[in-house]
Each structure stands twice: as C-alpha cells, then as structure tokens.
Ligand binder design. Structure first.
Ligand code: ZN
Length: 226
C-alpha cells in the first residue's frame, strides 16, 4: 500500500487492538438475554425478532416500540435488576427514534423519580435515556427540571382510572427557568395510559414551557411498569 502513510496504519492498528481489548474486558451482550452480540447490536438475532416497532401518530407519545418481548425484558432488567449499564444500548435505540422523528425542541427533561426511590435504585432510568436523546439532538438536558412531590404507588399495581388520580399533581417544576418559553422533549422509559407523561406535561406548561413533546422507549395500553 504505497499511498497509505505509516502513521495511518499505526492508528488503525491501535484502534483494532483497543476494540479487541474492550471486547475481552466487557464482551458485548444482548440487552434482553445476555447472549453475545456484535458491539454495534443491541439485541441478539432471536430477541431482535421479538421487537415490535410502533407507528407513531400525532398527539400520542412518540415511542420506539410496543411494550413486550425483548423490549419489555430489557426494560425490566434496566429498572429492577440494577443494570444502569443498559442505559447505553437502550439509549442507542432512543437516539435512532429521535433521528427518525426529528422533534424540534430546545431542552430535554426526564420524568423524575421520587428522591426516596432514586436513593434506592441509585439512578433514574428515564434520565439515562433522556441524556442519550439530548446528545443526539445537541440540546441541553435539564435532568432536575421536574421534581416528584409524592412517592406514588407503582403504576403497574393500579388500574387505568387509579393511575390517573395516582399521579395527578405529583410533579412540579423545580427550576421553571430551565423550561420557561422553551420547547421541551419529555422522556420516560415506558408509557401505559400516558397518565405520568400527562401529569409531567401539566407541570411543565404551568412553569411556562412553550410546547411539550413526549417520548418513551415503549408504549402499551395494557398494564405494565409505567
Ligand atoms: Zn437476546
């Protein structure tokens, strides 16, 4: 290769070795079942088959997929099995959704956990996903713009009507300046009845947000962790 400069070959070799080292130290695994996958894949071929992409319609929260199959398994592990590392592959899916839907926004805000639950879990899964969306869009993340006032029962344990009353007025904008006059992208992991997103939207609008677009990784009409 007479036209390839030696330093380019050296830099290529360093990258190949670094990738091999990374794969040995932290082998890429399927987000739903831990089967080995290529580093640029989120799911193994079997789990990828079980992902149902959603058709997004105006007025509904934008979602990457229907809740179920591999997405449900990955989200359960992400939330309940101390797997904040899954924020990276699942954030990758959300970045794809953001690229496809291209919402025009000024700031990204995650649905907050109550401080007590945040202390238990150690991380807010919605904030990890919101971070990925903010990077893709090149806009700021206001991770603490909203606060959850009440530690409401888990939405998964409630019926449709109870879910709405459970979260109504549960959120307030802690830093209205972060959202006032701005177009906000509101991010959660799962939307079921949309009650949580709707209560957060109310709090953002009350704080002066100009517009709120809601986005989640998975959406379902059936009871699931909301
Ligand atoms: Zn898998």
């Amino acid at each position: 290769m007479p036209h390839v400069r030696p330093f380019l070959l050296a830099s290529l070799a360093v990258r190949v070795i670094a990738r091999a080292l990374l794969d040995t130290l932290s082998p890429p695994a399927c987000a739903a079942c831990d089967a080995p996958v290529r580093r640029d894949r989120v799911f193994c071929p079997v789990c990828a088959e079980a992902v149902l992409r959603t058709e997004n319609v105006p007025g509904e929260p934008l979602a990457f997929a229907a809740f179920g199959g591999a997405i449900a398994a990955a989200l359960r592990r992400f939330k309940y099995e101390e797997r904040p590392d899954l924020g990276r592959p699942l954030g990758h899916l959300l970045r794809g959704l953001v690229r496809d839907e291209a919402p025009v926004v000024d700031v990204v805000v995650p649905v907050p956990l109550h401080p007590r639950r945040l202390a238990e879990r150690g991380y807010n899964q919605a904030a990890l996903l919101a971070h990925a969306a903010a990077i893709e869009l090149g806009v700021p993340l206001a991770a603490r713009a909203l606060v959850r006032l009440r530690d409401t029962p888990q939405q998964a344990t409630l019926g449709r009507v109870e879910r709405c009353t459970n979260v109504a007025r549960a959120f307030v904008a802690r830093s209205p300046r972060a959202v006032r006059g701005r177009r906000v992208l509101l991010v959660d992991d799962v939307a079921t009845t949309g009650a949580t997103l709707s209560a957060c939207r109310d709090a953002l609008v009350e704080a002066g947000a100009r517009d709120v677009t809601a986005l989640c990784l998975a959406r379902t009409g059936a009871p699931s962790p909301d």
